[in-house]
Design a protein around this ligand. Sequence first.
Ligand SMILES: [Zn+2]
Length: 463
Amino acid sequence: MKNVLSKITLFLVAAVFVISSLGVQPVSAASNPFKDVSSSDEEILYLWNKGLINGVSKTAYGSEQAVTREQAATLIGRARNVNGTPRKTKFADVDPSRYSSGYIQSAVEKGYITGNSDGTFRPYDTMTRGEMAFLLSRAFNYTHTGDVFFSDLKADSHPASLYTAVNKIATAGVSNGTGTGTYSPNNKLIREEFAIFLARALSSTFKVSYKNVTIDNLNVTVNSLNVRTGPSTGYRAIGKLNTGAAFQVFGYNGSWAYGKSGNTTGYVSSTFLGKAAPATANNRFITLDPGHGAQDPGAVANGLREKDINLDVSKRVEAKLKAKGIKVYMTRTTDVFHSLDARVDKGVASGSNAFLSIHTNAASAAASGSETFYSASVGNDSKQLATFIQNRLYKAMDHPNRGVKNYGFQVIRTNPLPAALVELGFVTNKYDAAKLASGTYKDRAATAIAEGIEDYYNWKAKN
Ligand SMILES: [Zn+2]
């Protein structure tokens, strides 16, 4: 019963196409004759107003209905302006008198379609999303490929592979998959999707940019793991990662994982990736990042330079953490300059599992006190780290508590590790400056920060 009905539907759809190809053109650019198409379905309206598609009836577009192979060949053929005169095709199962025959034969001649291995075209079969990728990539001559991954498609660099076809249309801005890291190549193509694909292929207005989706959060299990530009040791190394470094996986290509660690994106051997060990008493390892350095003094006032205070306090924190058995990596131990990206990369590559940037504030002479920042974009652990530190620091400094604040400073916002940024006090305030110049208060600050970090690891061990 279902079959008979769907054949009748197909016939009706085909009849609409025939009528439309004889051509009643739409009257105005804004016209929308379809009751099932809203004004936000811009791709459908764009194609309709160009005279490239029609509805399943005068008032319905039929967004959810499947697209057959002959319909797809016809619509692509029209969009590419090929000769659509009905004629004999190379396929025995395409009737030469049928509306689609000319488009099918032209598509064969131009290399858009090849048909099935048994010499048939199966014009009434439903088009799949995978077949659409082949058709579009050939009809629009897409040649560029990029680092495109979908979890339901195995990477395969063969020029005729399904993966290559999907990669080409994704790289061309015609598809970014189904939105959750999959492409669903075996799903039936529905008329709404067809319109979206075709509109993007025809007009840059509708194009999308392919975006990677994280499918695994893993950690590096060896030191000095090369990050490469491609999936083999023949590709150039663009960075190194050490044990424990976080690696967000976007996709796999054979035994290689493509993904991101800190600011480095590339391929690593998946043999050396594993699930992160939870933070335990034996796994306490933080990066301390003394802000500024060398030609960049940071805030300067009351005879103080921020870069010197940051380094002095950081070294004191380092010593106190080591005494507690907490491992420390320092982004700098001398008066040198590192970019913000480099600070994050060094911290990640060290294998540490938390990050604290230490700074000193500047503002009007009246501003006073300590404050600690986290970036809400990178998860709850960062806020916990900032809170544990701030709760001890302002008391130890006999300071106003300016609080724990969400702010996207680059070293905490772009950091894959739980990360906080502390502002010890204001060099621009005479009372704060006196404390920041005093060894006693710098030591009190360092003790408070080290205890806050220890609080954080104790909390992590329980959570
Ligand atoms: Zn600073």
